[in-house]
Write a protein that binds this ligand. Sequence first.
Ligand code: ADP
Length: 243
Amino acid sequence: MNADRWELLTVSASERAILEMVMIEKSYRSGTLNIKALGGVSLQVMPGELVAVMGPSGCGKSTLLAIAGGLLPPDRGEVLVTGKPLAKLRGSALHSLRRKAIGYVFQDYNLMRTLTAAENVALPDELSGMRRADARRQAQHALAAVGMGDYADRFPDQLSGGQQQRVALARAIAGERRLILADEPTGALDSTTATAVLDVLRHLVNQGVGCVLVTHDATVAGRADRVVTMRDGRIEASVGVAR
Ligand code: ADP
């Protein structure tokens, strides 16, 4: 294939992909040690695709997700979300893309203790400039979708771990997200609730959202369209799940 044709194909793939990560490298400094977390990872997620990332602890899954969400800059490589290169976005533009287009479920939930469940869920949209009433309406809708509609006025301390996890998920899916990134989103849930939460994600994905979720659970991975296995900071395999 000649170079021009190759470039054309690459460009058209980037335009369609919700997330495109190209040859991402990332190391952490710890004292005098240099810890290589990612050693050249490329990943593409299309609209309507649910990708599960698996692999042993320490293989780089959380780092991959944080870089995909623009929370951490890579040392090398490029990340595009809805075709926009994150490295080219300046402070407020990056914040805006992160709040509007990307929903992120943190492993430790990251809920604000002083805000109710509804206020937590509405916060990213309110910070993006949405009218408070509209943000609250979307928040209520997202809480209902994860079965937490009756807990909107509770504070995180008044909720169990599993309930907090569902509030964190509601915050990630509220509004019109194009990309949902979730680090162990069902880790604290019983199997019935986990299935219900995966149904919510699947519904969003079927509507065209792209989703990457990190999981240790083979049952959760079985609900994905593709399972990516990582080892030592690299992608070892990327396998479509047969239905
Ligand atoms: P996983 O999510 O698969 O458990 P991580 O992405 O958390 O893997 O970590 C990948 C590697 O980077 C591990 O060796 C981990 O110890 C190291 N690491 C992660 N975060 C930091 C950090 N903030 N400082 C130093 N090392 C880190």
